[in-house]
Ligand binder design. Structure first.
Ligand code: FPP
Length: 239
């Protein structure tokens, strides 16, 4: 039976949250939690693919996360550097394609190069389509797309009527990626925090108290089972 028939969501999005509290519970610095969180990110990709998920998108660093202390941001960037460096070999071994969404020009130049290299090296992989949101904000995504469209309208290359829902979807960072079917947020917070607000319009939302570093295959399977009980109508009426 095809995965869709079994009700496996094609695209799962995750707001990974709770690294800091996980570390605090262990009387360790927040960066200890972030390192554990990055490890969880590696294993959850394998788990998602084994459970039949085709697209996975994670919110790793938001446009608002720059407000954290310089020490914490520096530590997260160092974890990110290490993650990107080791990702090419891991992704190619697992046939995983990696893409980054978000405004990447604010990231350090060496990180931007590492992202381009990772995207380029994995672009033909047909396994899990893994997207990492870095310096990502959903409103910012929409603003950037609209500013480009407005520029084209001003130049007479686009007419206002051409700006349809399809046009907008095709000009966001997630262009070509289906909208998430299921959005998971860890650590007990019940909000979407500017994560793909356009794209999650019809997604099912699943909230768990589990802190991100403790999230695992069993937890993901639980979320997928819950999803299978949902009755998605997309605003229509069930036949
Ligand atoms: C979530 O927990 C942490 C973040 C949103 C920032 C960094 C994410 C990681 C290090 C995971 C892996 C990502 C990369 C870059 C490879 P929190 O700090 O918001 O937790 P809290 O709410 O308990 O403080």
């Amino acid at each position: 039976m095809a995965d869709e028939e079994r009700g496996i969501p094609q695209h799962v999005a995750i707001i990974l949250d709770g690294n800091g509290r996980w570390a605090k519970q262990k009387h360790m610095p927040r960066t200890f939690g972030h390192r554990a969180g990055a490890k969880t990110l590696e294993t959850i990709c394998d788990d998602a693919w084994e459970l039949g998920v085709k697209y996975l998108t994670v919110y790793a660093f938001s446009t608002e996360n720059w407000k954290r202390s310089v020490e914490e941001v520096t530590a997260i960037m160092s974890i990110l550097r290490n993650y990107l460096e080791t990702s090419i070999a891991r992704a190619n071994k697992n046939n995983m394609r990696v893409r980054v969404i978000g405004e990447r020009h604010r990231l350090d130049p060496d990180i931007q190069v590492a992202i381009t290299n990772l995207e380029e090296a994995t672009k033909d992989n047909t396994g899990l389509q893994f997207n990492i949101a870095l310096n990502y904000g959903g409103r910012d995504d929409i603003v950037r797309a609209m500013q480009k469209a407005a520029g084209l309208v001003a130049e007479g290359k686009l007419s206002p009527e051409d700006i349809t829902e399809e046009y907008i979807s095709n000009h966001l960072d997630t262009a070509g990626i289906p909208d998430p079917d299921l959005l998971i947020r860890t650590s007990g917070e019940i909000r979407i925090s500017n994560f793909m607000p356009w794209q999650v319009s019809y997604s099912e939302f699943y909230f768990t108290d589990t802190l991100w570093p403790d999230f695992n295959k069993e937890e993901l399977a639980k979320a997928l089972s819950w999803y299978q009980t949902r009755d998605r109508r997309f605003g229509g009426v069930k036949q």
